[in-house]
Each structure stands twice: as structure tokens, then as C-alpha cells.
Design a protein. Structure first.
Length: 387
């Protein structure tokens, strides 16, 4: 090996770190754009004079539009430079976020959320595709963990700041400032991300989109906030504290689990995390009247094991497909995840029914989630890493 080649190899982790940090910023932008809606719910319902059912439409149109856009984008995702795809989609998200801040009516806000869903839903798939193409397999788990930690940063830092801005200057200003921050990060992405075209030099695989789609099964359920307030007995004012601890735990867990995935194997860490997660989910769903400390402890445990499953699962999936198919495959995964998130939210609401009494059936949701974790752990043995 020549001196120049050795120097290049030594600098590779440093270049990867810069790339991952920029991608984490992109991830933070679209996660923040999504998660800020729920805390803003009471203010939006008051301003627009809408009921919770109408507010649910604002949330669901995002996931549904994201699912459709991901499915359609899978048809051509691998045909272009990944940097060009990323910045184009990111530009759409910035515009959509601005439109949310400028929305004068409820209908305009719904339309703006459709725009943000179309672009925001695609970003994680592109980010993971870039990590799979650029980051060496021995460091891929750690890189994925760093990017996934953006969710925790959005929860711990972004949501409290966003709510504070909304309370002092109005909900529109939250979206406008988020769009400004995203625009600044967009400039960094354009300036510092390298062209990513290696996958274009390889023959495109003829396997159809539906062939890839059958490789994914996902189920998620929510309603945690209502459960904590109505059944567990904590106050709405305590919710930020509960989620802050959960976010901090996720922030530290994701990179650590990523490093362990690189060292011990993503599948082993995923299955081990699931073994811990299943009883944690069941125990949390059975929680009744409890102290704030108990609620924080169990919710933090659930968030931590959730983050511990997410990073190795994405690393394992990312490594199971070759570069020339990675963009399409990861986009299909995002499509199905968004679709099942919408279905699970609706299904969870059907199980719980109307009124606070329905939350007594929360253990049923816990059992469904635990069963899905067991199933996904078994299915993980069918995934064979190839790159």
C-alpha cells in the first residue's frame, strides 16, 4: 500500500463522521417536523376550533402521503446520484415546513402537511441508503446509531423549544424557525456531501418492487400520552418530564447499541434487545395508578429498549441488500412503515374505543406490540447480510 493510499484509508472515518453528522442534521429536521405536531395539538385545536378527530387528520395525512410517495419513489430511487436525490427531497421538506408556518386556515394546514409528508417520509430511506453505500460495514452500526439519535435530540431539545416558541409567538413561528434551521442545514448538505454514484456503475437488478415489499412486516401502536394521564394518573404538566427522560435515554442508547452491533453483530443485538423489550412493554401496558418516578422509569425503559431495537434492525436490513438496489429497498421499507403506522394508529383507536374507559384495554395493545416484537425477532433470522 502506498503512503497516499494509507493516508486516504486513515482519513476515511473522519470523512464518514462529517457525512454522518450532516445526515443526522437532516434526520433531525424531518423528525422534528413530524413530532412537533402532537404537542401543538391543544393550541391548534383551540385556534382552528377543531375536535380531536379533525386534529387526527393532520397527523394521519402526513403518514399516508409519506407511504404513497415512498412507494412511488422506489420505482426510480436507484437511478440517480444519492446526493442529488437527498438535496432535492430536503428542499421539498423545507418548502413544506414554511407552508405549515404560513397556513391561514385548517384546510391549508392539512394541505401543507401533505406536502411535508410527501418529502419528509422519503428522507430516512435516502439517509440509510447513503450510510449503506458510503460507511464501511465495520462502522455502519455506529453511524446508524448516531443518525437515529436525532430522534432523541428532537424529543429532548426540539420539542420543548418548539413549544416555548409556540406559547410566546404562536404556533406558526415554530414551523417558520424550523424551516430556517432546515434551510441552513440544506446549505451544508449541498456544500459538503460528496456525489454518491457508485451504485450507478453496477447493473440494475430487474426484480420488481413488489418482490422487495414482501420482505417487511411492521406493527406499531401509540396512545401513550393519554394512557399516562388517564390511567397512570400523572398530570399533563408532567408529560414533558416523562418524555425528556425517555429522550435522554434514547440519545445515549442509540450510538452505544450501534457500536455493539458492529462488534457483536446486528442480529444478535436486535434479538437480545427484543428479549428485554417484550416484558418491558407488557409491564408498562399493565401499569395502573403509579407515582411519577415509576411512570418515568418504565416509560424510559420502554423508550431505551425501543431505541436498542431500532438501530440494529436498520443496520441488519441495510446490509441485506446490494448497493444497486439499496435505495429502492429502503424506500419500500419506509413506505410500508408509514402505512402500518397509520393502520396501527387507527387500529389502536378502534381497540380502545371512545372515552377514557377504553384505555383500560391498553394491555391488549401491549400484548399486540409484544407479539410483533417476537415475530420480528424470529423473522430476523431470514435476513442474510450481503454488503
Amino acid at each position: 500500500m502506498t503512503t497516499a493510499e494509507h493516508s486516504s484509508d486513515a482519513q476515511a472515518p473522519r470523512r464518514e463522521l462529517l457525512l454522518v453528522l450532516i445526515l443526522a442534521g437532516v434526520q433531525f429536521s424531518h423528525i422534528m417536523d413530524f413530532v412537533i405536531m402532537m404537542p401543538l395539538g391543544p393550541q391548534l385545536m383551540r385556534v382552528f376550533g377543531i375536535a380531536p378527530k379533525q386534529f387526527g387528520l393532520v397527523v394521519s395525512v402526513y403518514t399516508l402521503s409519506a407511504s404513497v410517495s415512498c412507494f412511488l419513489a422506489a420505482l426510480f430511487m436507484d437511478r440517480f446520484d444519492r446526493k442529488r436525490v437527498l438535496v432535492s427531497i430536503y428542499a421539498g421538506l423545507v418548502i413544506g415546513t414554511f407552508l405549515c408556518g404560513l397556513a391561514p386556515t385548517f384546510s391549508a394546514l392539512v394541505a401543507a402537511r401533505v406536502v411535508t409528508g410527501i418529502f419528509g417520509g422519503l428522507l430516512q430511506a435516502v439517509i440509510l441508503s447513503i450510510i449503506g453505500d458510503v460507511v464501511h460495514p465495520s462502522r455502519r452500526g455506529q453511524a446508524t446509531g448516531m443518525v437515529m439519535a436525532a430522534f432523541a435530540v428532537a424529543s429532548v431539545v426540539g420539542v420543548p423549544i418548539g413549544l416555548s416558541i409556540a406559547n410566546h409567538f404562536g404556533w406558526q413561528m415554530t414551523f417558520i424557525l424550523l424551516a430556517v434551521v432546515s434551510a441552513l442545514n440544506f446549505i451544508l448538505a449541498v456544500r459538503f456531501l460528496p456525489p454518491i454514484r457508485e451504485h450507478l456503475a453496477r447493473p440494475q437488478v430487474a426484480a420488481g418492487v413488489l418482490t422487495d415489499m414482501v420482505r417487511l412486516l411492521s406493527l406499531r401502536a401509540t396512545c401513550v400520552s393519554a394512557f399516562l394521564v388517564t390511567v397512570v394518573g400523572i398530570t399533563e404538566g408532567d408529560l414533558p418530564t416523562v418524555y425528556m427522560f425517555a429522550g435522554v435515554a434514547s440519545f445515549f442508547i442509540s450510538p452505544t447499541i450501534g457500536r455493539l452491533s458492529d462488534r457483536w453483530g446486528a442480529r444478535r443485538i436486535f434479538v437480545s434487545s427484543s428479549i428485554v423489550a417484550i416484558p418491558a412493554i407488557i409491564l408498562f401496558s399493565l401499569l395502573k395508578q403509579a407515582s411519577l418516578v415509576m411512570a418515568i422509569s418504565l416509560n424510559t425503559l420502554v423508550a431505551a429498549v425501543g431505541a436498542a431495537r431500532m438501530t440494529p434492525s436498520l443496520t441488519l436490513i441495510n446490509s441485506s441488500v446490494t448497493s444497486e438496489r439499496r435505495g429502492r429497498f429502503m424506500t419500500l421499507i419506509a413506505s410500508v412503515q408509514q402505512l402500518f403506522a397509520a393502520v396501527a394508529s387507527y387500529g389502536g383507536g378502534m381497540i380502545l374505543g371512545e372515552g377514557s374507559a377504553g384505555l383500560d384495554r391498553f394491555p391488549v395493545l401491549g400484548a399486540i406490540v409484544a407479539a410483533s416484537m417476537l415475530l420480528s425477532s424470529l423473522l430476523s433470522f431470514l435476513i442474510k447480510p450481503v454488503a
